[in-house]
Ligand binder design. Sequence first.
Ligand code: COA
Length: 156
Amino acid sequence: MPAETSADVRIVPVRSEGDLAQALAIREVVFIEEQRVPETIERDAEDARAYHVLAVQGGHAIGTGRLVMLAQVPEGESGKWAQVGRMAVLQASRKSGVGSSLLWALEEEARRRGCHGLILHAQLSAMDFYKRHGYVPHGAVFEEAGMPHLEMKKKL
Ligand SMILES: CC(C)(COP(=O)(O)OP(=O)(O)OC[C@H]1O[C@@H](n2cnc3c(N)ncnc32)[C@H](O)[C@@H]1OP(=O)(O)O)[C@@H](O)C(=O)NCCC(=O)NCCS
């Protein structure tokens, strides 16, 4: 059953090429147009194997995020780990819980797959958002897609 967020927003898994196109369209607006991330970096080979979710409101996709199973366990950890990424909510729909609902849906899927933990590369501007969801900063600030990032981890 799809996870529910505010009254009229549903979180649904991407199940078709058409759904994936909607997720990529949101990422184009948020990362490529708004944040000026080069398209060659925003699009990567992980999209083909990732688990993607969409936030849908009134028949329109307004947010997305993805989960990628990690081939390598993060240093000092054990078991199965996955990476949350490409979390994006259209500007007009932010700060009403949509991002949180996307993240919960990805965490739920990670638990369903038996993951022991999640990592993500947080833009510094999004660090407090992830902290509020239990993610802990780890290591030094590094640059990715032209912006400062920090690795964050959460045990499930
Ligand atoms: C990061 C991002 C996905 C969060 O999405 P969102 O829908 O705004 O997330 P939420 O609404 O669940 O939470 C965002 C903030 O709004 C606040 N909020 C949530 N519901 C609220 C409400 N009803 N009223 C007021 N504030 C609210 C939350 O407390 C939260 O605060 P915090 O950021 O200080 O933790 C979104 O800002 C985004 O797409 N940013 C651009 C892309 C990006 O930076 N992605 C992350 C890459 S690491």
